[in-house]
Design a protein around this ligand. Structure first.
Ligand SMILES: NC(=O)c1ccc[n+]([C@@H]2O[C@H](COP(=O)([O-])OP(=O)(O)OC[C@H]3O[C@@H](n4cnc5c(N)ncnc54)[C@H](O)[C@@H]3O)[C@@H](O)[C@H]2O)c1
Length: 324
């Protein structure tokens, strides 16, 4: 593929930084727009993109992607937009529903409007399994009814609808990928795998909210990135991007304890509002239309993550060791 200029919104975040890493490896030019939102430590986000700084194919536009002037600058010469910027996180959306609406729904509308006035060929939008919510049957296929159970889920569904409507009304090519609980190196610190692994490595107690019988389809970030890259050439509408193999939170905690040879014990706390009961993806549509299927099993992914986490902890300890 010839060199292509791409924009990754939210590129300093977990998934965005992996997309950038892979685009750069393929020799593409990448513009990253990110405002280093304080939802979690902005220093972690700076670290995510640290290795790209100084690469002549990489440009950082620091600021809010809803700022039209900044966005116009970032879109200059861009052919593909990977839209990852969002207020992620179900629980925070229950406490403060306006922010996810403003960033995820209104922000996406603003992005799509700006894109109409550019040379962009396609917008690849990060959506979420949260758009399903209440379970009528499992696994979820893309025709399963959408009854989100959190303001976050509503905001991601609205963003998908804006993408579809912009394609129908204005001919802008879009695709929305419904990611199922993503994990891997550099993952968000508010997600269960990250919290449990950190606790396990320190032999500290692991707290589960509720009885631990909720199930999730944990999907490795490498599989998510591959789906995004395929969508530069193929795909329209919505696709589930999930590992297709769900496990309970109890099983997850036990696996993490075992993999890390940890002495952690499990504690239970009151359930939190807004969490879906179960998620499980049918990725048949993605296989038929994109030729994508998941490759990383949860066992392999968790082992890889534990190794990464343990190495990065050692590296951090070295960094803070006094110079002799
Ligand atoms: N991680 C998951 O399990 C998961 C699952 C489903 C969907 N998603 C979606 O994938 C995308 C990426 O998620 P992530 O886990 O990498 O989250 P993340 O929080 O690590 O990344 C989002 C990035 O967007 C940036 N951002 C937020 N608001 C912004 C604004 N107004 N202007 C510019 N930048 C802004 C943040 O600073 C952050 O770097 C999101 O759209 C999220 O909704 C994630």
């Amino acid at each position: 593929m010839a060199q292509i200029r791409c924009l990754v919104t939210g590129g300093a975040g977990f998934i965005g930084s992996h997309i950038i890493e892979n685009l750069l490896k393929l020799g593409h030019e990448v513009v990253c727009i990110d405002n280093f939102d304080v939802y979690y430590d902005p220093q972690l986000k700076r670290k995510n993109i640290d290795s790209f700084m100084g690469n002549e194919l990489f440009e950082l536009v620091e600021g809010d992607f809803r700022n039209r002037g900044l966005l116009k600058k970032a879109l200059n010469g861009v052919e593909y937009v990977f839209h990852e910027a969002a207020q992620a996180g179900v629980r925070i959306s229950v406490e403060a529903p306006m922010k996810p609406h403003e960033i995820n729904a209104t922000g996406t509308l603003n992005l799509l409007e700006a894109v109409l006035d550019s040379d962009v060929k396609k917008v690849i939008n990060a959506s979420s399994s949260s758009v399903y919510g209440k379970v009528e049957y499992l696994p979820f296929d893309e025709n399963h009814p959408n009854q989100p159970v959190s303001p976050y889920g509503v905001s991601k569904l609205l963003a998908e609808h804006y993408c579809r409507v912009f394609e129908e009304l204005y001919g802008l090519k879009t695709v929305s990928l419904r990611y199922f609980t993503v994990y891997g190196p550099r993952m968000r610190p508010d997600l269960a795998i990250s919290i449990f692994t950190k606790a396990a490595l320190k032999n500290k107690p692991i707290t589960i909210f509720g009885n631990g019988e909720k199930t999730r389809d944990f999907t490795h970030v490498d599989d998510i990135v591959r789906a995004n890259l395929i969508c530069m050439e193929k795909g329209s509408g919505v696709y589930n991007i999930g590992a297709g193999n769900s496990i309970s939170i109890n099983e997850l905690a036990r696996k993490i304890i075992e993999i890390n040879k940890s002495k952690s014990t499990i504690f239970y706390a009151d359930p939190v509002k807004g969490d879906a009961e179960h998620t499980l993806a049918s990725s048949e549509k993605a296989w038929k239309e994109l030729g994508w299927k998941p490759e990383v099993t949860v066992k392999e992914g968790l082992e890889r993550y534990a190794k990464w986490m343990s190495n990065s902890r050692k590296a951090n300890q070295m960094l803070f060791m006094p110079i002799q």
